[in-house]
Structure formats: structure tokens, C-alpha cells
Design a protein. Structure first.
Lengths: 75, 387
């Protein structure tokens, strides 16, 4: 059961990453549409921000690995 | 450049041929005995099938029909983790591995040395089980200090050799051609990347004194990049998951932590311990947070790289395991074919994505290190903003 919760947690982490990076991407596209000559800067900033958001999501994934390992070990 | 590549090629041939001279061909009997000694798993040395985890043609099925049940999770974990021997392939049920030097300090303080192929049967109270050297009685690594050249250490040496050859040949090209002549060959491939790191990562974030830190940033970038890329290669000199090893990413993060904090100037430290312009009661709360912040930033660097690379490897391995699951470990040919048809495009896509992630993670690590160092060496010109 613990591993089930760990799997759920991993799924929620993916959901969080999806929402975060999706909104970064959409704002970046709007910004590029408004000012195409700033595309390079916007793209760079978008990638940096996505990596930071993904870092948080992956921290959650790592914790779900740990929980799943502990859960599987306990059984 | 060609001489550098030739020497790399020959050194790889040398490593392979010396390994062939004392190849460890694991007797199935020994590994089966060890496996049954574990009451927990029925998993024999069936990592056989996953020796071809990049090979999408599913023709490794035949060998594991004889091995029985295959637990995909065990196989995936085996590929992600470090090992005391470098498993190259399994042909007809025999494991072909590159034996690696072993140096272990046992719980009683004595050292055990040798090559990993000497540990197939018990030696010094230790035995090679599932690729790791463990205590022969308890089958655990508790109490053992393992300083051996493991798969990951071997991989690190290999990537160091690659980096040294590549960069010294580029340096030689600069010596020969001069700094202003048009670059040719390997130099023309690396120069834009190096220039990008210097001009767009180091200079904007580090300000005037960027040159001091460029060697560290370039080293970090190329080390992480080469190891990420080598980890994606599914066969021998490349399949080790080095940057997905949390100890390695921890070390890289510690390097950044040390560089940042040893170059911190007075402004940096006052901002951490006694942020100017903040009322005393709030400072009681803020200072511990700032001190924790000193550690969370490198921690996030470590976590980000580790999780990205490991997760990518696990996804690719899981998709390839799909072939074996659907083919029911060799029993169902139709299942194996449909598994292959499903898995191949996905694995191709995931490998392309992982290629992107390899570059991106190396870049992000370097960029964030540059930002942290920049924050530490920043000269403050605008104190009035704090009032």
C-alpha cells in the first residue's frame, strides 16, 4: 500500500511539473509573440525557469523512490 | 586531432584485449547458488536480457527462456546502480564482464584486494553477488568500506581520458594555428560551445572577474556533459550511470558550494548573517533561513542532476523491459514482436529527449553555479535599495 501511495505521489509530481512548465511555456510564447526580436533572451529564461521547476518536481520523485523502496523493503 | 582520436581508439582496444585475457565468465551454478541463498528473490543472474537494453530487436529472448522469471524492477535497478564488475554482455547464458580492481576494508579492519573475478567464489569472507561484492554470510554491504574501482569509477576514468584527449588536441590546434586563425576539425566543434559558456554563462553572471572562474565552470560543464552522453550509450564503454549516482552529483554540488563560499566577499557574508536594513526581530528569523539557504542551493543542484539522469535511464529501461514483459520472457513470440513494435519508437523518442536533457542539465548546472558564484562575488553598488 505504501508503494501505491508512492506511485500516486510520483504522478502528482509529474502533474505539478506539467502545470509549471506548461504555464512557463505559454507565457514565453505570448512574450515572443509580442516581441519577436527578444526570442533569444526569452528562450534562455524559459529554459532556466523550467529547469528550476523540474528540479522541484524531481525532488518529489526522489522522495517517492525512497518511500517505494522503504515500502517494498518493509513488506 | 586524428592522432588524438587514434590514441583514444587504441587505448580502448588495449583495455578490451587485456580484459579478454582474464575475462570473468561467471559459472551459472555459482550465481544460482548465491541467488537461492537470498530467500527474497527468485531472480537468477538474468540480467542477461538487459545486457541488450539498447538493442531493440528482441533477439535476446532466447537466452532467458532458460533462466525463468525475470523481475523487471530488479533488472532496471541493476542497470542503474554501481557494480564491482563491468557487465558487458551475456552470450548463451554466460556472463561476459570486465573484471575491475577491488579494494575493500572489512568490518574487522582488514583489507581485501584483488580483481573482481576472484570473488566469484568466497574470498576473504566476501563474495560477488549480483555484481556487488558483499559479505559472504550476510549478503549485505554493511560494515564494508568499498574503495574499489567500480563501474562508475572506471567510467569516470574513461571520461577523464576522453576529456583530456579532446581538450589537449584542441589546445594543440590553437598552438599550431594561433588564436585568431579559423578553427578546423574538433576545434571548430568545441569552440562555439566554449565561447558560449564564457560569453553567455560566465561573463553576464560573474561580472568583472569572470576569468578566475571560467576553468571551473567549463570543467563542470564538460564533465557532466560527457558523462551524461556516455551514460546514454547502451553498450560497453558507455553504459554506466555516472551522473545518476547521487554520490557523484553530491561531489559536484560540494565543489560548487566550496567555490561559491570561498570566494564570497564581505557583502555576501553580511547578507547571509545580518542582512542590512532588516529590523532585529525579523533578523532572528531571517538569518537561520539564509544559512539554510546556503545549503539548499547546492542540494538542489545535486538533486536536479541526479533525478533527471536517473529518471531518464529508468524510463528507457522500463520501455525496453516492456518487450520482455509482453514476450513473457521468451514464451510468447507474438507478444515479443508487439512489444518491440510499441517499445522501439518510444525508446527512440526517449533517447532523443535524454540527449536534450544531457545537454540541458549540464548547462543548467553550470549556469546555476555561475549565478551562485556571481551572487557571492557581487560588489554592492545599491545599498539604498535595502532601506
Amino acid at each position: 500500500m505504501i508503494t501505491g501511495f508512492a506511485a500516486l505521489g510520483a504522478g502528482l509530481a509529474a502533474l505539478g511539473a506539467g502545470i509549471g512548465i506548461g504555464s512557463i511555456g505559454s507565457k514565453a510564447m505570448e512574450a515572443i509573440a509580442r516581441q519577436p526580436e527578444a526570442t533569444g533572451d526569452i528562450r534562455g529564461a524559459m529554459i532556466v525557469a523550467s529547469a528550476l521547476v523540474e528540479g522541484a518536481a524531481l525532488a518529489a520523485i526522489v522522495i517517492s523512490f525512497l518511500v517505494a523502496g522503504a515500502g517494498a523493503g518493509a513488506q | 586531432m586524428y592522432s588524438a582520436l587514434k590514441s583514444l581508439f587504441f587505448s580502448i582496444i588495449l583495455i578490451l584485449s587485456s580484459a579478454t585475457l582474464n575475462l570473468a565468465i561467471a559459472e551459472e551454478a555459482a550465481s544460482v547458488e548465491v541467488a537461492h541463498a537470498h530467500a527474497t528473490t527468485t531472480n537468477d543472474e538474468v540480467h542477461a536480457d538487459h545486457a541488450s537494453h539498447g538493442e531493440e530487436h528482441g533477439d535476446a529472448h532466447g537466452s532467458e527462456a532458460e533462466h525463468g522469471e525475470q523481475d523487471p524492477i530488479e533488472a532496471i535497478m541493476h542497470h542503474i546502480s554501481d557494480a564491482n564488475e563491468f557487465h558487458i554482455a551475456t552470450i548463451g547464458g554466460k556472463h561476459i564482464s570486465l573484471p575491475l580492481p577491488v579494494l575493500i576494508r572489512k568490518a574487522d579492519g582488514t583489507w581485501s584486494t584483488g580483481m573482481s573475478n576472484q570473488y566469484h567464489h568466497e574470498k576473504d569472507g566476501l563474495i560477488l553477488a549480483h555484481g556487488r561484492i558483499v559479505d559472504a554470510k550476510t549478503h549485505s554491504t554493511e560494515g564494508l568500506l568499498d574503495l574499489s574501482v567500480t563501474k562508475n569509477v572506471f567510467m569516470m576514468f574513461l571520461s577523464l581520458i576522453v576529456l583530456t584527449l579532446v581538450f589537449f588536441s584542441v589546445k594543440g590546434a590553437y598552438n599550431k594555428r594561433g588564436a585568431t586563425a579559423a578553427p578546423k576539425g574538433l576545434q571548430s566543434f568545441l569552440e562555439p560551445v566554449i565561447t558560449y559558456i564564457i560569453d553567455d554563462v560566465a561573463k553576464p553572471n560573474l561580472g568583472k572577474h569572470y576569468e578566475k572562474f571560467v576553468p571551473y565552470l567549463l570543467s563542470a560543464f564538460f564533465f557532466i556533459l560527457i558523462n551524461n552522453l556516455l551514460g546514454l550509450v547502451p553498450f560497453f564503454p558507455g553504459s554506466a550511470n555516472l551522473t545518476g549516482n547521487i554520490a557523484v552529483t553530491l561531489t559536484l554540488a560540494v565543489m560548487t558550494f566550496l567555490v561559491t563560499n570561498f570566494s564570497g566577499n564581505k557583502d555576501y557574508w553580511t547578507h547571509v548573517f545580518a542582512m542590512p536594513g532588516v529590523p532585529k526581530p525579523l533578523l532572528l528569523l531571517l538569518t537561520p533561513l539564509e544559512i539554510i539557504g546556503l545549503f539548499t542551493k547546492p542540494f538542489a543542484l545535486m538533486m536536479r542532476l541526479f533525478a533527471n539522469i536517473t529518471a531518464g535511464h529508468i524510463i528507457i529501461l522500463s520501455l525496453v523491459s516492456l518487450i520482455f514483459i509482453l514476450g513473457e520472457n521468451g514464451k510468447s513470440m507474438g507478444g515479443a514482436i508487439s512489444g518491440t513494435a510499441v517499445a522501439v519508437p518510444f525508446v527512440l523518442f526517449m533517447n532523443a529527449l535524454e540527449l536534450l536533457v544531457a545537454f540541458l542539465q549540464a548547462y543548467i548546472f553550470t549556469l546555476l553555479s555561475a549565478i551562485f558564484i556571481g551572487m557571492a562575488i557581487e560588489e554592492h553598488h545599491h545599498e539604498e535599495a535595502h532601506h
